[in-house]
Design a protein around this ligand. Structure first.
Ligand SMILES: NC(=O)c1ccc[n+]([C@@H]2O[C@H](COP(=O)([O-])OP(=O)(O)OC[C@H]3O[C@@H](n4cnc5c(N)ncnc54)[C@H](OP(=O)(O)O)[C@@H]3O)[C@@H](O)[C@H]2O)c1
Length: 304
């Protein structure tokens, strides 16, 4: 029996009626289930995706439960200008963003590079949330929470910070690298700010989302089979559970810089714990998104 994310997270009694939560990639899969859970807990929900029809379908579902209302923002994360426009639209339409769930992403076959000349997977999965987070941090109150959907696949990833444009390697290698970047981003963000918390998580193997659309055949076929086999993998609702836990549970109000799976802190890979790599990735990411000086965070939380 599938449990709703808020039940899995143990937060059914948490009241989010004073909370605005933005979930990227909430037109489908894990993000959509997290958004619906936030709506049921009383939050104002900001839905994001690329596809208006899928976005409006999510809004329709939220209309039944989200008393505080919901809104849709469309942006292609392969396009940095689109991310900036979305951030400005969000900032203009709400008083604050209390919870930001950086969830949009995937594994992309033969995607090449973006218009900015950056490998597509790292651009969508890492640089877009890096850019969005910087633009929305000024909208976040003290005590806000940033949650990023990483993956256990980060353990297979390796990163050469000077080669983020490179498209070599399999789509799985490029995906693992981007999910490693998600963990490094989270740790470095936590080091650079103590105003909000930043945590990331692995949702489990979730065959029921639309993730399998783009993955290569050796992974796609077992994922498709697992969709119809009872008890194989994690349900989409339970996959969203750790996102909802990190965004809503009082247990983690002061926890930051950690990697979770199944609502439990876990040790990420050795490379994901390398502070020098995290710092170099951060600085290179600032360059690749041409981050406005006024939005840059100091190298440590005390501004030094
Ligand atoms: N499924 C798993 O087993 C698994 C395991 C570990 C980690 N994850 C992570 O979980 C997150 C959510 O994936 P999911 O499994 O829920 O897959 P999903 O059902 O395919 O959802 C992905 C979401 O990301 C959005 N997205 C993808 N590319 C985008 C782009 N270029 N610009 C803007 N939005 C984009 C999609 O929007 P559209 O509707 O427009 O495509 C969709 O809303 C991902 O970060 C993934 O890496 C998944």
């Amino acid at each position: 029996m599938t449990r709703r994310p808020e039940l899995h997270a143990g937060v059914t009694d948490v009241d989010l009626s004073e909370t605005t939560a933005l979930v990227t990639g909430s037109t489908s899969g894990i993000g959509r289930e997290a958004a619906l859970a936030f709506g049921r807990l009383g939050a104002q929900v900001l839905v994001h995706g690329r596809d208006r029809e899928r976005g409006e379908a999510t809004l329709d579902d939220l209309a039944e439960t989200a008393a505080a209302g919901a809104d849709l923002f469309l942006a292609d994360f392969a396009n940095q200008a689109s991310v900036r426009t979305m951030a400005a639209d969000v900032a203009a339409s709400v008083d604050s963003v209390d919870v930001l769930v950086n969830n949009a992403g995937g594994m992309f076959r033969n995607a090449g590079t973006t218009a900015a000349g950056i490998e597509y997977t790292i651009a969508v999965n890492h640089l877009a949330p890096f850019l969005l987070t910087h633009h929305l941090l000024p909208e976040m109150p003290d005590g806000g929470r940033i949650v990023t959907t990483s993956s256990g696949a980060h353990r297979s990833g390796s990163i050469d910070v000077d080669q983020l444009e490179a498209t070599e390697g399999s789509s799985f290698a490029r995906y693992s690298r981007s999910k490693l970047a998600n963990v490094l981003f989270t740790r470095e963000l936590a080091r650079r700010t103590d105003r909000v918390t930043a945590n990331c998580f692995h949702p489990g193997f979730v065959p029921g989302s639309a993730f399998f659309r783009q993955v290569p055949a050796p992974i796609r076929l077992p994922m498709k089979a697992a969709r119809v086999l009872p008890g194989v993998g994690t349900s989409v609702q339970e996959g969203a559970g750790t996102a909802v836990y990190l965004a809503a549970s009082p247990e983690v109000a002061d926890v930051t810089g950690e990697y979770f799976a199944d609502c439990t802190p876990r040790q990420p890979s050795r490379e994901a714990r390398d502070d020098a790599t995290a710092r170099r990735l951060w600085e290179r990411s600032e360059e690749l998104v041409d981050l406005d000086q006024s939005l840059r965070l100091s190298a440590s939380a005390d501004g030094s």
